[in-house]
Design a protein around this ligand. Sequence first.
Ligand code: UDX
Length: 462
Amino acid sequence: MENPRANVAVQRRRRKGRGVVLFPLPLQGHINPMLQLANLLYSKGFSITILHTHFNSPISSNHSNFTFHSIPDGLSESEASTDDILAFLTLLNVNCVSPFRDCLAKLLSDSPQEDQPIACIITDAVWHFTQAVADTFNLPRIVLRTSNVSSFLVFAGLSLLREQGYLPIQESRLEEAVPNLPPLKVKDIAVIDTRNPEDFYGLISSMVKEIKGSSGLIWNSVEELEQSEMIKLGQDFPIPLFTIGPFHSYFPASSSSLLTQDQSCLSWLNTRAPKSVLYVSFGSLAKFNETEFKEIAWGLANSNQHFLWVIRPGLARGSEWLETLPDGFLEMVGERGHIVKWAPQQEVLAHPATGGFWTHNGWNSTLESICEGVPMICSPCFGDQKVNARYVSHVWKIGVHLENRMERVEIDKGIKKLFVETEGEEMRQRIMHLKEKVDLSLRQGGSSHQALESLINYISSF
Ligand code: UDX
C-alpha cells in the first residue's frame, strides 16, 4: 500500500523550499520572540505559516502577511491554566501530537503545488514532541530557544546535578556554588515548582534530548553577552547554532501582545523628569501571595521614588486587580505612582523618564532592558529568571539583586541603591556600555548580523 507520508517526503526533496512553518509555545514570553523571528524571516523573502494552539492564540489580524492554522489543544476548561506551568506544558506536549502531525501532513501535501514549498519547521524548544513528527516527514526541524544560553546550560546539566545530590534543592545548601557553572549558586538552579516534580525533570530532559537531534538551534541572545557559555554549549551540542538576537530590535513585541497595552502610561511618563521613574513589571506569568504583594506596595510607597507599576489582573494570587493593595496606598502615593494592567513595555523602557526597571528577569524583559540601557532591580520568581538575575547582578553588574523574600525595607534599600547611590550610577554606565556592544552586533559585520545571514543561507539550502 502507498505510504502518503513517504510520498510527501519524496515530493519535498525535489524542490528547495522558501516556506517556513513556525510553532510558538502559547505563552506571551515565547510568542513574542517567535513572531519576531517570523517577521525577520518574512523580511528575508520566506513565506510564513504559523501553527498555534487554541489556548492563547496569537491575534492573526496583526500579521496579515502570515498564514495561520489553529490546532486543537484538547485542554478542558480546568486544564487551560498556567497555574502549574509544568503540568500544563507536559499535557500540551501529549495533546498536540496528533493535531500537529495532521496539520503538517496537510500543509506538506498541499505545498508541492504552491510556489514556496516548505523548507523546514521552526518550533519552540519546549515543543519536544515536534522532533519525532518532523523526522517522520523527513523535514528539518530548527529549534528556537527563547531564553538565553546561560540558563540553558543549567537545564542541560540538570540530570548530572540531580545525580550529584543538588536536587531537590536543600535549604542548607542554597549558598553553595554550582560546580562548573560559575557564578551560580544552588539557589539559582532553574527549577520550576510543580505538583509532580518528575514532570519537571521529564520535560527538561526531553527538551534537551530532542534539541540534540534537531537540525539547528536559534538563540534570541547576543554572542558578546555570553561568550564562554556559547563555547561550552558548542562542545555539548554539535549542531548549527545561530545567535541572532535581540529580535525586538528588528520588530517590536506590541503586535504579538495578548493583552491590550495601556498607552496612558506614556503620557504620564512625559510629565516626569529624565531617569526619575522606576518601571515595575513581573511579566506575564509571575504571581505573588498577599503578603509579598503588600510588601512590594509598601516598598514602593516608602521609597519616595516615582514609579509605573504593571499590575496584571491576578498578579496578586486570587485577586481581580487592585483589591489586595494596602488600605490607603493609592491616596498615599498620589501622582507619584501610575498603575496599569499591561504596558507598552518596549516604549516604556525607551522613554527618557525611565531610570530603572524592577523586573522578574524573564529573558525578554532582561534583554529589552539591556537594549535601552536601563539598569535593573532583580526579583526572579522561577526557572531561567534566577539564572538571568545572577548574570545581571554578578556577571554584567547592571542590577541590584533582591536575594531574599519580598520585604519592604530591602526593596526600599534596593531602589535607593539604584537611583541615589554611586553604585547605581556605575551600573548605569556599565549597561550603556553593554547596550553599545549589542548595537554593534546588529550592524553589518557584527556577530548577530553575521549569524542571521548564516541562518538564512542554511534554511535556503534545505
Ligand atoms: C516567560 C518566562 O517567565 C521567562 O522566564 C522566560 O524567559 C520567557 O517566558 P514572561 O514571564 O512573560 O516569560 O517574561 P518575559 O520573558 O520578560 O516576557 C514578557 C514579554 O511581555 C516581554 O516581551 C515584554 O515586553 C512584554 N510585556 C511585559 C508587555 O508588553 N507589557 C507588559 O506590561 C509587560
